[in-house]
Design a protein around this ligand. Structure first.
Ligand code: NAD
Length: 300
């Protein structure tokens, strides 16, 4: 059990336990596959996920391919749609509208970024909240901000699952989130608040980032800056969750200087193999929750 507050500080002697995101993601996928089989037995249909890819961005193609493969592996229907890079806003909106109206579609995921001439905000706004498996619509963000049930963004939801799996006690903990994006930072802070942490959000205008981070019992870094958080920013014994992903000559690395941090943190996510695997697992979990919600069954 990782404890918070004074007990955590007293426990600061044991450092560098690694979070195994691949293992936890596998557990989530197995749970979702079992839930999907039950849903199929109960309703006679399978949850359907519609990934929407517009254009040919190679990284987006890889992400979408992995999402589709995982969806099929979990027993769900792959209802993928692809539009050419020159698709107009009206064509993209017509596609989302048709998926919104299609009863076989439980989840709609518009892969971002879109080609520059398209307005992502206007497109995402057309996804019905109950099919918004990325948790990006204003309705789902509002429900989260009010602490009410809804579909949560996958990456921050995955972080919470990791923290739970490693029994990190969030109640009353000092939590610092670095980053305030709609995709990660803001919903991450809301989820931690919902778990009774005392939450600080740091961002690109924060005056003394290291000093703010050093307050954290639980530090979640999602800044998109390789190696931004170093030894001087970590409280001994803290739980450090690195959301960042960067590819360089030596492979993948995160926003945390792992080599410096691992000897100070009590529990830490590696990159790769930490948060990354959780995102697709939580997407599958959201798709099943959306299907259950639409079928009038309990979400979860
Ligand atoms: P973003 O660029 O939308 O947001 C970055 C945030 O970090 C901003 O709010 C900004 O204020 C803050 N920031 C930037 N520079 C900073 C600095 N020097 N000090 C403090 N704060 C700073 O990025 P995002 O979409 O939130 O993603 C963040 C990182 O997480 C990226 O590396 C991205 O690749 C990664 N990511 C990983 C997953 C996953 O599955 N593991 C999912 C989504 C994003």
């Amino acid at each position: 059990m990782i404890s918070t507050g004074t007990q955590l500080r007293a426990d600061a002697g044991s450092t560098g336990r690694l979070v195994d995101g691949r293992r936890v993601a596998r557990t989530v996928r197995e749970e979702v596959a079992a839930g999907t089989a039950r849903f199929h037995a109960e309703t006679g249909r399978r949850p359907g996920l519609a990934t929407v890819l517009i254009g040919d961005d190679p990284a987006s193609e890889v992400y979408v391919r992995n999402k589709r493969k995982s969806c099929v592996a979990a027993g769900m229907l792959d209802l993928h749609r692809h539009l050419p890079a020159e698709a107009t806003q009206a064509e993209a909106e017509a596609l989302v509208d048709s998926l919104a109206a299609d009863p076989a579609v439980d989840g709609i995921l518009v892969q971002l970024p879109l080609p520059a001439h398209l307005d992502a905000g206007r497109l995402v706004a057309r996804i019905p909240a109950e099919k918004d498996v990325d948790g990006l619509t204003t309705v789902n963000a509002g429900l989260l901000a009010q602490g009410r049930p809804g579909l949560r963004p996958c990456t921050p939801a995955g972080v919470i699952r990791l923290l739970d799996e490693y029994e990190v006690d969030l109640r009353g903990a000092e939590a610092v989130v670095v980053g305030r994006s709609d995709l990660v930072g803001r919903p991450m802070a809301q989820l931690l608040l919902g778990r009774d942490a005392t939450v600080t959000i740091a961002h690109s205008r924060t005056a003394d980032l290291a000093a703010v981070c050093r307050r954290a019992d639980v530090l979640v870094v999602a800044a998109g800056v390789p190696g931004l958080v170093g030894a001087d920013a970590i409280r001994p014994g803290a739980t450090v969750i690195d959301v960042g992903i960067h590819r360089d000559g030596n492979g993948l690395r995160g926003d945390v200087d792992f080599d410096a941090a691992v000897g100070i943190a009590g529990l830490i996510t590696p990159v790769p193999g930490g948060v990354g695997p959780m995102t697709i697992a939580m997407l599958l979990s959201n798709t099943l929750a959306a299907a259950r919600g639409r079928a009038g069954r309990d979400v979860g």
